[in-house]
Design a binder for this molecule. Structure first.
Ligand code: WT7
Length: 634
């Protein structure tokens, strides 16, 4: 399954296009199946309807746990580094992780969980989060992990959309110097969620919480019950390859976040295949991905990908700047990290603290570096290369999405020649195409277009939960017979791909995906706001910042106080991650005669480029543009 030279890459790529079914069957043969498939692939992008390995039976946790026990029971599966560096770190071997997953799977069963149930997980980055995820998979329950930075309202929306019956959470969380009240947030969310019959609460910070009789139970008490029952094993539920494994919500250009659905067989194969190849993982290596399990990066490259390959995956509870900006490098030295997978926004932020935090650190164990989530600017790429990798570690700039399940366009570490700012080449099995606005393929090199994929891969999303039509219109209806990514892309003269950013109304703020419509809806909930428009602007650290134009005809308080109120509103409705960085009060928005907001103009002004606003003659009230230009925030 592992490609180790560029010739092999080219050969594998060619085979994957000419005989895709044979190619993927060979990859899938590296996994443990309870029963093999009847068909490798059945598909059409019209409905869409994509089935991989149909008829096959498996459980992903047997691939992530049981199959490693024979030879690698004592290999560390998870190394956990706490937020506070003086607290003890933890190591869970494959045997220990297996036992804990089985134990908690039995807790879930004791609490009424069944195959097919949807279970919401809202937890800090502690090993029990990975255990909870795997325990769901063990019994065939569908997990829906919600990132800790989302508000009660966002959690409630997600719980209702998926009709979850169980929530797994913790009393509190430590992140940097903050104590976060997680259970309180869940309590607020659950006021709106009658479907939830049980919450299981892990003790982490032992902050005061309200435990509701009949609904809330402590994780530790439930474990004790399982222990007294004296049955530590939990047989892995036999799943169909196309049974749902998880739902993960992500933002789009319209409306509420959608629940991207991944299924057991294809997702497992794709997460494992990409992990093994992109990072060229070798047994014994320590691999550290700095993402949160609340995002797809954490699902695929902290939990499922690495564990399916028997790797040692390091989980970090805290943030890169606590107790100081040298924390990531301290972790590398402390745990002898060999592979580091992180985000451009983290690198840019750490660059800003200067080299003092790097210069005395022992980074000699590092062999491979990865970047994910947003375009990496050349400055950050070189900083990583020079000061972290000491020009000895290949950097893999990995492009992919929640919807793709795993990495799509990327260098293979040490195999593909890299180029700063470029995700380089598609992995074998991935067929990218660039198209113009009419969906016509743009062939050849040295061209720009909208990035689509023309053939399915095992990790492709199958649907958006509860709304298949939305899946069709969002991804498969823009261009006939193509999966549309929403990204713009350049293919240079060498055939290398460079992602240029979203072409829809989705922002990428510190690697987090945020829909402008979602932020607008939140701002518009503020009692004085009549309407608003949100666009992105270049931000030195976050990549993109959130710029809001807001119409308030009658301002009751000072503009500063009103700004704070609006920020509070967005925090409450979506979460702190969506807070506007800049709020400009305007008397009106530039609209066409048909009432459409001209975002192009607002984007240019937010970017500070007012020289050439293009054609404004179709505007209802051109004077408003002048006013907005005058009041633009630097
Ligand atoms: C969007 C997907 C992929 C996991 C984390 C984000 C942007 C992602 C890169 C990259 C340039 C990138 C794209 C994509 N993106 N990786 N290496 N270079 N842009 O997952 O939240 O689903 O966001 O992130 O715009 O569409 P996500």
């Amino acid at each position: 399954m592992k490609i180790t030279s560029f010739e092999q890459y080219e050969q594998a790529y060619k085979q994957s296009v000419e005989q895709p079914e044979q190619f993927w069957a060979d990859v899938a043969d590296n996994f443990t199946w309870k029963k093999k498939w009847d068909n490798v692939l059945q598909w059409n992008f019209k409905d869409p309807d994509v089935k991989w390995f149909s008829g096959a039976k498996l459980n992903i946790t047997e691939n992530c746990l049981d199959r490693h026990l024979e030879k690698n029971a004592d290999t560390p599966a998870i190394i956990w580094e706490p937020n506070d560096p003086t607290e003890d770190f933890r190591i869970l071997t494959y045997k220990q992780l297996h036992d804990k997953v089985c134990q908690f799977a039995n807790v879930l069963k004791n609490n009424g969980a069944k195959k097919g149930d949807r279970i919401c997980i809202y937890m800090p980055m502690v090993p029990e989060l990975a255990i909870a995820v795997l325990a769901c998979a063990r019994i065939g329950a569908i997990h829906s992990v919600v990132f800790g930075g989302f508000s009660a309202q966002s959690i409630a929306d997600r719980i209702k959309d998926a009709d979850c019956n169980i929530v797994i959470t913790s009393d509190g969380a430590y992140r940097g110097n903050k104590d976060i009240q997680m259970k309180n947030v869940i309590d607020d969310a659950l006021v709106q969620c009658p479907s939830v019959k049980r919450t299981i609460v892990l003790t982490r910070s032992r902050t005061a919480v309200s435990m509701i009789k009949g609904r809330d139970v402590w994780w530790e008490d439930e474990i004790k019950k399982v222990e007294t029952q004296g049955n530590p094993e939990c047989p892995a539920e036999e799943m169909d390859a196309e049974d749902m494994l998880f739902i993960l919500y992500t933002s789009g250009s319209t409306g509420k976040p959608k629940g991207v659905v991944h299924t057991c067989g294809g997702y497992m194969v794709y997460a494992g295949y990409t992990f093994a190849n992109v990072f060229q993982y070798n047994p014994g290596e320590v691999y550290f991905c700095t993402a949160d399990i609340g995002w797809i990066t954490g699902h695929s490259y902290i939990v499922y990908g690495p564990l399916s390959q028997g790797a040692t995956t390091l989980m970090f509870e805290g943030v890169p700047t606590y107790p100081d900006a040298g924390r990531l490098w301290d972790i590398v030295a402390k745990h002898n990290v060999n592979i580091l997978y992180t985000a451009p926004t983290a690198i840019r932020s750490l660059m800003g603290f200067g080299l003092d935090y790097v210069k005395d650190k022992d980074l000699s164990t590092l062999k491979k570096l990865g970047s994910v989530g947003e375009p990496i600017n050349e400055e950050a790429w070189h900083w990583l290369d020079d000061h972290i990798g000491h020009n000895k570690c290949p950097i893999v700039d990995t492009w992919w999405q929640t919807e793709t399940g795993g990495i799509m366009i990327t260098p293979i570490a040490g195999v593909t020649p890299t180029k700063p700012g470029y995700a380089t080449l598609p992995l074998p099995g991935i067929q990218p195409v660039l198209v113009d606005e009419n969906g016509k393929e743009i062939e050849g090199n040295g061209v720009n277009g909208n990035l689509c994929i023309k053939f399915p891969w095992p990790g492709i999303l199958r649907t958006t939960y509860g709304d298949h039509e939305r899946c069709r219109t969002t991804y498969f209806a823009t261009y006939d017979n193509l999966y549309f990514t929403g990204d713009g892309c350049l293919r240079d003269d060498d055939g290398y791909y460079r992602i240029t950013g979203r072409v829809d109304d989705v922002l990428n703020v510190s690697g987090h995906r945020i829909g402008t419509a979602e932020v607008e809806n939140a701002i518009n909930m503020h009692s004085s706001v009549v309407e608003s428009a949100v666009v992105g602007y270049p931000h030195d650290i976050k990549g993109q910042g959130v710029y809001a134009y807001v119409v308030i005809p009658d301002m009751h308080d000072s503009p500063d106080l009103t700004r704070k109120d609006i920020i509070m509103t967005v925090s409450r409705i979506i979460g702190p991650i969506a807070k506007p960085d800049k709020i400009q009060f305007v008397s009106g928005l530039p609209k066409t005669r048909s009432g459409k907001i001209m975002r192009r103009i607002l984007r240019k002004i937010a970017e500070g480029d007012t020289s050439n606003l293009g054609d404004t003659s179709t505007l209802l009230d051109p004077a408003v543009v002048e006013e907005i230009k005058q009041g633009a925030l630097k």
